[in-house]
Design a protein. Structure first.
Ligand code: F6R
Length: 242
């Protein structure tokens, strides 16, 4: 399902409505959480629902998609810090039920296996919120990622590091080289996928993911394999759709 909405705010509201519907049906739903700028409108719209009492996320749990490897402990650029500031706190989720891959683990491979196990033990993700990189990545599954991949250590592409330098005061050197990300195979096991994209910088990636061939060069194209994937875009991000 592809829905073209007038603006970024409408994209956020539509994503929040879909997530809220899942939680209404299942108050202890497992939410797949994304970071970066794309999901912020969805989180803001969810917060309005929580603040008005229309939505209760206190029994829901969450799993973030990815995390940088090697940031100093407590770094505000870490996705653990982002999830705490933008999701757990404002949406009044129980921090004990929200996990982010451990990018500071001594044994990173064990941390990846542990994360996969935790998702499985929680019963799998009910609804996964996704953004898409300008190069077509989802999570940090960069182009060439295997469609069957699981949570693992990845090297960030130069393009992604440049795009994300804005979160590090523009200092490319400060952007980590590696990350832990849920794999494409992991993401595809979520029961529902909701991808949000806003702005013209995402137009080519959205068109390639949705209308292009299924290819490891455009990791977002794996959404075509999923039986319940929704893509919510504003008009600018929809500009290259046929
Ligand atoms: C973040 C993530 C990434 C971002 C993507 C778009 O958890 O998994 O795939 O969704 O890099 O980033 P923004 O939204 O900042 O343009």
């Amino acid at each position: 399902e592809i829905v073209i909405l007038p603006d970024a705010q409408a994209v956020g509201r539509a994503a929040a409505a879909r997530i809220a519907a899942v939680v209404r049906a299942k108050p202890d739903a497992v939410l797949g959480l994304s970071t970066g700028s794309s999901p912020l409108g969805a989180y803001a719209a969810l917060r309005e629902r929580v603040d008005s009492g229309a939505l209760d996320l206190s029994r829901a749990s969450g799993f973030a998609l990815d995390e940088y490897v090697g940031l100093p402990a407590g770094s505000e650029q870490s996705y653990a810090a982002t999830i705490a500031a933008e999701v757990t706190g404002p949406l009044r989720m129980d921090p004990a039920r929200v996990r982010v891959p451990d990018g500071g683990a001594h044994d990173l491979e064990a941390a990846c296996a542990d994360y996969e196990r935790a998702i499985r033990d929680a019963g799998g993700v009910d609804v996964q919120l996704l953004g898409i990189g300008a190069n077509g990545h989802i999570g940090f599954n960069e182009p060439t990622s295997s469609i069957a991949s699981r949570t693992r250590i990845k090297t960030l592409s130069e393009r992604t590091r440049e795009d994300n330098a804005r979160f590090f005061d523009g200092d490319l050197e400060a952007v980590p080289l590696h990350c832990i990300t849920q794999g494409l195979g992991t993401i595809l096991e979520a029961r529902r996928l909701v991808l949000v994209a806003q702005g013209e910088a995402k137009a080519a990636a959205v068109a390639a993911a949705v209308e292009g061939p299924l290819t490891a060069m455009v990791p977002g194209s794996v959404l075509q394999l999923h039986p319940a994937a929704t893509v919510l875009v504003d008009e600018a991000a929809a500009a290259d759709l046929r």
